[in-house]
Design a protein around this ligand. Structure first.
Ligand code: GLN
Length: 544
């Protein structure tokens, strides 16, 4: 930590989904490679206090941090690109800001004043901008603002950036604006007008962006760069091209080539290492791009139409693929469409099967049937959270003869709730932030397959669920071959199961995908892909 923390804001214009999260993570990655300590935070303009209560179709995956915050999926990108953990402080919503201000008003903290957007809401936003910076841990804090400039709901955030930059001065605070330069096929031209308009919108709120990052399908010619610079009032070397990339993991290298790091360091007067140390990252990319084998993994879930709903799982499979120098093809399969009669047709060609987390009844029986198919046919299997719960239900029904085995979440009248609500959850009525959330320790049983995979006996993994394996059934499950191999030392709950006499049949009550990063792929995923690869190699490896 060299000195004063510097702040970078990343705003977006023209359209959403241009990849502000990836640009922020890539910039942080190359600044980190120049020896700086960097973190990223996301400010979302919606009224929900956090995305935990949102349907995955609305908002994609809900990412969970070590401290149990339910956050925007961009925080997953931050961790995967930076290899450092984030926390509740890294994700703030309008809802959270208002929640705080309104409770202060109820406590009488404003001493009779009229509480207003400016200055009370903007003051609270500015206080939150600074929380991570004030920890003294970071040289640079990057703040990504969700949505597009010009949206009514993001106005207080934009106004707060204006005030914040005035408070801190331009050498301590920089604004990067991400825009789109569309290509019009009919006229064969790239168009700068949408960018000009979006910069104008920013200017109306009193903010002149320092750097423009321009998403484009085709490269930006010098002429186009000059035009953008002239109309948008930035130096030409502050017009940065962001070409569509094959993989999101290429973007740090593209930003380095465009010298985004140099522009930022110069403008903020930051002293950093002369060169970016990207060797490890390039090594990862090398493995990612040069696979020596391929595997086909079926992801069985009920939100498969929207792949963002399983973002961290998808990325963890990519990391594990790179580690194994194996190209992973993910086949997204709707659990609703699976039943005993079509399993062979839908799953027969796969090298491995992953049953995804989830909530609610829809598609549950399809997941349970899949668990049986993977178990009986010795196909490498990973069940995550609800996926593990389905594996336990299936095993209890077919190996213990408990035909009505169910989870308390759905089968309320079943006599054999092999998965049931934890005692502490029984009285919970509020929905937001009330599940078992965040990191918990897990003790791994010696001699288990999982112990070999982790190479250690104590791990910490992140949770997001209300239901647990019912300990009354553990003994019978063990006897029949489903072993409880990971136990929470504090409350004795089962966190991992594995099935004996199977090449790879593992279920985890936690979400290993949240902790997989590009440079530190998760061991369970690495081993899962290795097993898929072996399954493939052996053709029919359906023996122990
Ligand atoms: N619905 C299940 C529970 O609450 C599983 C949750 C999940 O898969 N994340 O326990």
């Amino acid at each position: 930590m060299a000195g004063k923390t510097k702040y970078i804001f990343v705003t977006g214009g023209v359209t959403s989904s241009l990849g502000k999260g990836i640009i922020s993570a890539s910039l942080a990655n190359i600044l980190q490679a120049r020896g700086l300590s960097v973190t990223i935070q996301k400010f979302d303009p919606y009224i929900n206090v956090d995305p935990g209560t949102m349907n995955p179709y609305e908002h994609g995956e809900c990412y969970v941090t070590d401290d149990g915050a339910e956050t925007d999926l961009d925080l997953g990108h931050y961790e995967r690109f930076l290899n450092v953990t984030t926390s509740q402080d890294n994700n703030v919503t309008t809802g959270r800001i208002y929640n705080t201000v309104i409770s202060h008003e109820r406590e009488g903290k404003f001493l009779g004043k009229t509480v207003q957007v400016i200055p009370h809401i903007t003051d609270e936003i500015k206080r939150n901008f600074k929380i991570l910076g004030d920890s003294g841990l970071y040289d640079v804090v990057i703040t990504e603002i969700g949505g597009c400039v010009g949206d009514i709901e993001s106005l207080p955030f934009i106004e707060s950036i204006r005030q914040f930059r005035n408070d801190l001065g331009h050498e301590n605070c920089l604004v990067i604006h991400l825009t789109l330069i569309p290509y019009l096929k009919a006229s064969g031209e790239q168009k700068t007008k949408p960018t000009q308009h979006s910069v104008k919108t920013l200017l109306e709120t009193g903010i002149q962006p320092d750097i423009l990052v321009c998403r484009t399908e085709r490269g930006l010619s010098m002429d186009i760069r000059r035009k953008i610079a002239l109309f948008c009032n930035v130096p030409v070397d502050s017009v940065i091209e962001a070409l569509d990339a094959k993989s999101i993991y290429d973007v740090p290298i593209l930003m380095l080539k465009e010298k985004l790091d140099k522009r930022v360091l110069k403008k903020l007067k930051i002293k950093a290492d002369k060169h970016a140390h990207m060797e490890e990252w390039k090594n990862f990319l090398g493995k990612l791009k040069n696979p020596t084998a391929e595997v086909h993994v079926g992801l069985i879930g009920k939100y498969v139409e929207l792949q963002d709903a399983y973002k961290s799982i998808k990325e963890a499979l990519i990391h594990a693929g790179a580690e194994n120098e194996t190209k992973v093809y993910v086949h997204w399969i709707h659990s609703d469409e699976l039943n005993k009669s079509n399993l062979e047709q839908k799953l027969g060609e796969l090298n491995a099967i992953l049953v995804a987390p989830g909530f609610g009844e829809r598609g549950l029986e399809g997941k349970i049937a899949t668990c049986q198919y993977a178990r009986e046919n010795k196909i490498p299997f990973l069940g995550i959270c609800l996926g593990m719960q389905c594996a336990v239900i299936e095993f209890a029904r077919n190996m213990l003869g408990l035909k009505d085995a169910a989870t308390g979440e759905m089968g309320k009248r079943s006599k054999n709730k092999v998965i049931d609500l934890m005692e502490g959850q029984k009285k919970v009525s509020k929905k937001g932030g009330t599940m078992r959330l965040g990191a918990y320790d897990c003790r791994i049983k010696k001699g288990s397959k999982v112990a070999k995979i982790y190479g250690k006996e104590k791990v910490s993994e992140r949770h997001r669920h209300r239901y647990e394996l019912n300990n009354n059934y553990v003994k019978d499950l063990e006897k029949a071959g489903m072993k409880s191999v990971g136990i929470n030392p504090q409350n004795n709950l089962v966190e991992i199961i594995e099935v004996a006499h199977h090449p790879f049949y593992i279920g985890t009550q936690f979400h290993p995908e949240y902790k997989s990063t590009a440079l530190k792929p998760h061991p369970l995923f690495v081993s899962f892909i290795k097993s898929a690869r072996d399954h493939h190699k052996n053709g029919d490896s359906r023996t122990d």
